[in-house]
Every structure is written in structure tokens, then in C-alpha cells.
Design a protein around this ligand. Sequence first.
Ligand code: SF4
Length: 278
Amino acid sequence: MIITVAKSAGFCFGVKRAIKIALETVQNAGSVEMLGDIVHNEQVVQEVEAAGIRKIQFLEAGEGKTLLIRSHGAPESVYREAQQLGYRVVDATCPMVKEIHTIVRGRYSQGFQIIIIGDKQHDEVQGILGQIEHDALVIEHADAVSLDVIRDIKRAAVVVQSTQALANVHAILAVLEQHIPEVVFSNTICRATRERQAEMETLPPDNDVVLVIGSKTSANTKRLFELARAVNMRSYLIQTRDDIMPGWFAGASRVAVTAGASTPDETVQGVIEVLQSL
Ligand code: SF4
């Protein structure tokens, strides 16, 4: 069986950086807290918690504590509130996400209606929304575009959650351009996501079986799986080596392996070892 591992499989630059900052911060600062999980991956969350970083739901009294902002970023109000409560803030927001914040603030100050293509509930989108005072419009799918709402917009600046699929973005953009006189589009899908998705154009058709490794809570992992499954029905989403079923590989001579941006290299390595043993 030939095993092909996607070059882009596993941690992206932004996640690696955030974990490094988190582990360095906890070594140097006493009490470190973060709002939510550092990334959407159970093993990484456990590692970070074991290092002494506490996950909180709400900001509390912050004297003597450090608040770590995760790679997804956070609304401006979180920084303000944290400082008022006495926290020291360490910012591990991915620079690509920071760039989206800068674009949104700039276009908003020029009078554009901000439109974000992405998952409304995702932390990254919430962080982008929190860069401006008035509500931006968030659109998830082309068929969710409300014509009643967008017909009243004269000038729109469109940005994209960094891990969106390009095809979905183009479909939404086509509807917006049809109804809004001026649309300025910034393709803010990050390079790591583009590379991952580009590999999914060739791996599923070229292989008998495709394994996508990552947490079921990770949006970018689920998106990779959807891309793979659309082309190759023998695509499986697994969290670790323990989920592998030998029956999936009956008659298969080529297997492709990829992984979401928040999947550790050790997890990918564990899957490869099981495949080699098969
Ligand atoms: S997926 Fe892209 S934007 Fe998000 S953390 Fe990774 S590199 Fe940064």
C-alpha cells in the first residue's frame, strides 16, 4: 500500500506560534488564563492545561494574572475589559487574522458595510466582528444571502474567515456583486488553508482511500473532510489512530493522509504507523 501524506498536514504556522507563546508564557508568568480552548483539538487542549494554563468562560478579577489571546483572535472589548480588570494581556492572535482585523477597521472607517464570509459562531468571526462598533453582516452560504438586506447596501467590503473553502466564497461573492453597486473583496483565506485545500484537489481522486485527521470540533478539519468526501466516497474523518478500521482498506493500494491545522504531528505519525502495519 502506498501512503501519501499531504505536505500541509498538521499544525499551521499560526497554531504552532500560539502554542509556543502559550507554553513560554506559562513558564514565565504565574497564573495564565484563556477564554476557551487554545485550538480545536482535544490532545493539544490537554497538553496546554497540563502545563498550567486555565481555561475560563468569563473574565474575572485579573490582578497578578495573564490573559492569553488565542490564535483565532478576540474582539477589542476583550482587551479593554481584561486591562480594566488588571490582567496582563499576551496576544497569540495569528498575524493572518490580525491582517483581517486591520482591513476591516480600515474599510469600516471609509464608510463601507463590512461583510464577513464565515461561520457566525466561530471564535475567529466573533473576533473580526468585534473590531468595529456596528454589526457587520456574516454570510455562511450563498443560499443564506438575504436579498432584502443586501439590496440596501451601496458599498460593501468583503473579507473571509481564514479557513473558508474558496468555492463557497466565490458562490457568495457572485450573489453580492449582482446586487451591490460597489463590492471591494479581500481574499483573506490564509496561505496554510489554500495549500491544504489545493492538495485536496489531487489527493482524493488519486487515491483509493483518504484519511482526514482532526477533531470533530475543528471547522477546518471538517471542511477538508467535506472536500475529500465530495470526490472520494472512501474518505474517513478520524481523531486518532484508534479510529482506524482495517476494513476500510480492502483492495486499496493507495492511501492519502491529511490533517487539519490544529492536529499535532504526533497524531499524524501515529496514524501513519498503523497504516504501515496494515
Ligand atoms: S489557519 Fe491560517 S489564519 Fe488560522 S491560525 Fe493557521 S495560519 Fe493562522
